[in-house]
Design a protein around this ligand. Structure first.
Ligand SMILES: [Zn+2]
Length: 136
């Protein structure tokens, strides 16, 4: 885990003003294991720590972090937006029953037979989401 001073440095280095809320949310996200969070999930985590933060405030923090390049946005099920602390190029398993995302290493996947790109464009990235559900 990062200290508050370290989180303030991370925020400043990304051009973000280190507000109290951003430092607190940052302390839950950065410096530990990679995680996938939604605003709702984070609010529950904050409540469990005996703190209170409005959902809109949490959303704002997450969006600012994402715009500053500290988080990646990942679309999950039912239009829930998940934020990923793993900024490297990687793929996901998405559990459609629970909405849970799991990282897949890039090396574990090889993709063939891609169409040619539209004229004048180059590929920036391609990330794969494998949607999974429990077998019945
Ligand atoms: Zn991920």
């Amino acid at each position: 885990m990062l200290s508050d001073a370290e989180i303030i440095e991370v925020l400043k280095a990304s051009g973000l003003r280190p507000t109290k809320q951003r430092i607190f949310v940052g302390s839950l996200l950065f410096g530990g294991k990679h995680q996938h969070v939604s605003a709702d999930k984070l609010q529950i985590q904050i409540r469990e720590l005996g703190q209170k933060m409005a959902l809109a405030t949490i959303y704002n923090c997450l969006h600012h972090f994402q715009k500053a390049g500290l988080l990646k946005k990942v679309n999950a099920v039912n239009d829930v937006i998940m934020f990923d602390t793993n900024l490297s190029y990687h793929h996901h398993f998405l559990n459609v029953d629970t909405g849970e995302l799991t990282d897949i290493n890039e090396e574990a996947v090889s993709i063939e037979g891609l169409p040619s790109l539209p004229d004048g464009f180059e590929a920036e990235s391609m990330e794969l989401t494998i949607r999974v559900k429990a077998q019945i």
